[in-house]
Design a protein around this ligand. Structure first.
Ligand SMILES: [Fe+2]
Length: 511
């Protein structure tokens, strides 16, 4: 049969790529020849899968191809200017100054609009230098530079703004405020409402910049965004067959009519980093790799992503395992390592983090290296949720309008002009990866999505007690805000716990 297909193609002057040849070989002989006949009428010479995607009316019935609906563009909103050349001490000073000014702007805009701070307006703010020797009541925007418990068990904070520094005492008797202050991280920038003088200030209230939308956004298009990443291609633990099940489903090749109806509406796929396992991420990693070159891992990733129908727009950032310097913000993966991904028309490589517009939704994508740092630093999170609740950490980032506030806790790089880790505009959706467990939550009308992974538990995860929950894909409908988490970890596709919408992955056979 294979020869027959090739002979027929040669007669008609058609050149098939490897993928198309595989697809035709999977059909019966008569059907394959019928498809070749139709291809002849399309007027192309080199046949790639894209031809099938572009003509669903002609080829949909052969490959289970879904109807192509044109979707809006992906627009990159963030504009991180990376510094070229050597980073010097002055760059770090500029970095912190830029951060302070950006968060100050956020406070001032909050005070202009937020009803909860009626008694606090930009005009009431004081700089530390203007606090005199006479006792008074002040509001200052300041960065926390040190934090310690005194002999009397009160909390003593050293704080500074662009004009000077001071000491703020938080009394242990004010339990709510004390707890809030205990969870302040070094380098957090907050408003302190204080009383006292330049010798010593006493905290009355702590206000975070916070992020809030007045209402949830609903889009016009009845389309879904799928959130994934952390494939770890190249790792021996990469769950390739499960990842391919997901792609089969995305392409409408498996599932019942209800499931295909949803699959055909998936127009965007966000991949939040760690799509490859990388090389040399930790000592001894080589023992756990089955692809031991960077380019080889990205070639394999490309092969996998090319199986996805071409009308799905894929937005991908780097993570800690990618071939990019680990300091954040991270650049895009370069074409030196992943030339094939750069050539894919439906793949958009973006920085980590990035803010992207999809149908009017601002989507902040961040891989999530700082999540573990928050867990280590904040006793509240560590004791209540441990590693089990990545979106809980994202709430802390939004509250601070910063992705990784504390200097020294993780690698970062100062950029030109701005601190690239400040959360400037309030996003509609925040998507993260890194923790390998899917989760969906919301915060002040902002949807929070944590991606799962396609890698079984690694020795490192076992050691730190981070138990992954692989092969889950959160989906979000832009028009209805419906959220589903699909589970590809078993033979059947499961929608969510307790849902009866389950289909068998064997083609065409439904449970
Ligand atoms: Fe990962």
């Amino acid at each position: 049969m294979v020869n027959l297909i090739l002979e027929e193609c040669m007669k008609k002057g058609l050149l098939l790529d490897k993928e198309v040849f595989g697809m035709l070989s999977g059909l019966g002989e008569d059907v394959a020849l019928e498809v070749v006949g139709i291809l002849d009428g399309v007027g192309v010479r080199v046949v790639t899968r894209k031809i099938f995607d572009e003509h669903p009316d002609k080829f949909g019935k052969y490959f289970g191809k879904v109807e192509v609906v044109k979707s809006g563009d992906v627009k990159l909103l963030s504009d991180i200017k990376f510094k070229s050349g050597k980073v010097e001490v002055g760059d770090f000073v500029r970095h912190f100054r830029a951060r302070y000014e950006a968060i100050r702007e956020i406070f001032i805009s909050n005070f202009d609009t937020a009803s909860q701070h009626k008694n606090l307006q930009a005009g009431n703010l004081s700089s530390i230098r203007r606090i005199g020797v006479n006792s008074g009541v002040y509001s200052i925007i300041a960065m926390v530079t040190s934090k310690r418990i005194t002999k009397n068990k009160n909390l003593l904070l050293e704080v500074e703004d662009l004009t000077g520094n001071s000491i703020v005492l938080v009394n242990k008797e004010n339990r709510v405020l004390f707890e809030e202050a205990r969870n302040l991280m070094l380098d957090d920038i907050v408003v302190f409402r204080v009383s006292g003088s330049s010798d010593m200030l006493f905290a009355n209230e702590i206000i975070f910049p916070d992020a809030k939308l007045e209402s949830e956004r609903f889009g016009d298009a009845d389309e879904y965004v799928a959130f994934s990443g952390d494939f770890h291609v190249g790792s021996k633990n990469f769950l390739e067959s499960s990842a391919l099940k997901f792609i089969d489903w995305l392409n409408g090749e498996v599932g019942d009519e209800r499931q295909k109806a949803i699959a055909r509406k998936v127009k965007y796929l966000f991949l939040a980093g760690d799509c490859v396992d990388g090389i040399g991420n930790h000592p001894g990693q080589e023992r756990f790799l089955n692809i031991k070159s960077c380019r080889g891992q990205y070639r394999k990733l490309e092969e996998i992503l090319r199986k996805i129908r071409s009308d799905v727009q894929i937005v991908m950032c780097a993570g800690q395992h990618d071939a990019v310097w680990v300091g954040e913000p991270q650049r895009t993966v370069s074409d030196k390592w992943a030339p094939g991904l750069h050539r894919m028309e439906n793949v958009r490589l973006v920085t980590n983090p990035s803010m992207v517009d999809v149908d009017g939704f601002k989507i902040l994508m961040y891989h999530g290296a700082s999540i573990n740092r928050f867990i280590d630093e904040m006793s509240d999170i560590r004791t209540s949720v441990g590693h089990g609740n990545p979106t809980r950490v994202v709430k802390e980032m939004l509250k601070r309008r910063h992705i990784a506030p504390t200097h020294g806790l993780m690698d970062y790089v100062p950029c030109e002009e701005k601190d690239g880790l400040v959360i400037g505009d309030v996003p509609d959706i925040v998507v993260t990866g890194d923790q390998h467990r899917a989760e969906v939550d919301s915060y002040n009308n902002i949807l929070l999505v944590a991606g799962s992974c396609w890698q079984s538990i690694t020795p490192f995860e076992e050691k730190i007690g981070n138990i992954p929950d692989p092969c889950k894909v959160p989906l979000f409908n832009l028009k209805t805000r419906e959220v589903k988490i699909i589970d590809f970890s078993e033979d059947a596709v499961k929608w969510e716990e307790g849902d009866d919408l389950v289909c068998d992955l064997r083609r065409g056979e439904n449970v």
